[in-house]
Design a protein. Structure first.
Length: 457
RNA sequence: GUAGAUGUAGCUCAGUUGGUUAGAGCACUAGAUUGUGGUUCUAGGGGUCGUGGGUUCGAGCCCCAUCAUUUACCCCA
């Protein structure tokens, strides 16, 4: 029989026990911080109606949505003329009505609208689930990856924004990251800048271009802007704003001057200042808070504050992002409900921690004791001890009798079990069991009581 | 969608201007050790050199195609 070469789809991965232990360490840390700030967990389905997702992420984003083919003979119902065109875009709505979720924010907005009568506002929820993007994989970019989102809807207070900064700082510091920057900006400031140079229609091109400043440099940005139809005068007006230097307050001051003729821009400055003032009262642990005017973020639905987190210790794209969206639920028929949220990119955080060797050994909680038996009698003899240790919350295994002791010890060794207990006829006769410390190799004869005492320390 | 790089043992990789039977380390199996892992020593299994075609007396190596993986761009966590 021909066998197929085992493999997983591009951009997806298996997770081994060791990897899962470390991944859970990340998830548990982030979840505990979310809970501490009053967020409650929900889950939504892996797939959504395609119509729920399309149009929320911009043209580029829509292309990256994984569509699910309809069941059955999905081509049979399609109009023959449409089929003849061979235009996939035309056909998609006919042959696919479901898609894998692209992020957690849009499904959450759908959830809020659908369950509005059961929800008490402000509603603070967190969600840790995989999302899928039909992207071309590369370093730090997968087609299936986990996001850890915390969002609040029904509160326009800027205290929420300030708390998001604290959550980022606390969670990432707890994970052991030592040097990371939480960048903050405000879409209203970007709108203001566009307004000042009278290019409000081109705000997307504008933001996409200046977002690349640290990657392609000033000249690159200028080249891209002129490509998109911005004049020399426009660019000259933009330059001082893009190249703002100094502390956050200094930048804010200069911005106020530059945006003096834009009410919306000034409002963005006010919002930012409020958030910064909140944070002044509570110093951050390891994070640096930086007002970054070039921060744009691709998602279309942001309207107020926007966040992005970057580690400064290794080369990696952003490890988190978020912002305020004033009308995401409006698309599902619930107007006037503002929301704001952040996301942690767990897989990228994993890659960063792996590269920096930041996982504590305690992240792996495997078997602590393996009981090895020489024969069936010893196996029965061991059962009460086995359950006694488990009752003390000590992870304990009993190797089924029959295998050579050598085999059993090898098993313990490869699983890095720190202690083994050996039971044979000698031990059963004396009541003194062979208790072995696998790290030092030392072995002593102890009663079950002594063993329990030693292990429950 | 655009451009580059790489495909040789389960894994990481050597393999000379094309020349006998394609190697190493790790991993695996067995033994040295009939009541003991990790260290050491010995032996062993495992390869249609991604696939298809071409050049040649002869191809892992050169040429073409194709598939896969990967990096960068676009965009994004």
């Amino acid at each position: 029989m021909a066998s197929i070469k085992p493999s997983v789809p591009k951009g997806t991965r298996d997770f081994s026990p060791a990897e899962m232990a470390r991944r859970n360490f990340i998830f548990d840390t982030i979840k505990s911080v979310f809970r501490k700030y009053g967020y409650q967990q929900i889950e939504t389905p892996s797939m959504e109606n395609l119509s729920t997702l399309t149009g929320k992420y911009g043209d580029e984003g829509d292309k990256l949505i994984f569509k699910i083919l309809n069941s059955g003979d999905y081509l049979a119902k399609v109009d023959a003329d449409k089929l003849a065109f061979k235009d996939s875009n035309l056909l998609i709505s006919e042959i696919s009505e479901k898609a894998l979720r692209y992020d957690l924010t849009v499904p959450f907005a759908r959830y809020v609208v659908q369950h509005q009568n059961e929800i008490t506002f402000p509603f603070k929820r967190f969600q840790v689930q995989p999302v899928w993007r039909a992207d071309r994989p590369q370093k730090g970019r997968y087609r299936e990856f986990y996001q850890c989102d915390a969002d609040v809807v029904g509160s326009d207070s800027l205290l929420n924004e300030a708390e998001f900064i604290l959550i980022y700082d606390e969670a990432l510091s707890k994970l052991g990251l030592r040097d990371f920057t939480i960048k903050i900006n405000n879409r209203k400031i970007l709108s203001g800048i566009a307004q000042v140079i009278d290019k409000s229609d081109n705000i997307i091109d504008l933001t996409v271009a200046i977002d690349k400043l640290d990657k392609i440099g000033l000249d690159g940005v200028i080249a891209e802007l002129s490509n998109k139809g911005f004049t020399i005068e426009d660019i000259n007006k933009l330059k001082p704003v893009i190249l703002l230097e100094g502390s956050n307050t200094e930048k804010l001051e200069s911005l106020r001057k530059a945006l003096a003729n834009s009410p919306i821009g000034l409002q963005g400055c006010d919002e930012l200042e409020t958030v910064l003032n909140y944070i002044k009262a509570t110093p951050l642990q390891k994070g640096l808070l930086e007002l970054d005017i070039t921060l744009a973020r691709g998602l279309n639905y942001y309207t107020g504050a926007i966040f992005e987190v970057k580690t400064n210790e290794v080369q990696m794209g952003s490890i988190g992002g978020g912002g305020r969206y004033d009308d995401l639920t409006g698309m599902f028929g619930l107007k006037g409900l503002t929301g704001a949220g952040i996301s942690f990119g767990a897989d990228r955080i994993y890659d960063v921690m792996e590269e920096l060797d930041l996982f504590p050994s305690s992240a792996v909680q495997g078997t602590q004791v393996l009981i090895c038996c020489f024969d069936k009698d010893a196996e029965s003899y061991a059962l009460p001890l086995l359950q006694r240790l488990r009752g003390l919350e000590i992870n304990t295994e009993l190797y089924p009798a029959g295998a050579k002791i050598k085999k059993q010890m090898e098993y313990a060794n490869s699983k890095q079990v720190p202690y083994t207990i050996l039971i044979g006829s000698e031990e059963m006769a004396s009541g003194l069991l062979a208790f072995k410390d696998m790290t030092s190799g030392l072995q002593e004869k102890l009663t079950t009581g002594q063993i329990v005492e030693k292990l429950s320390k």
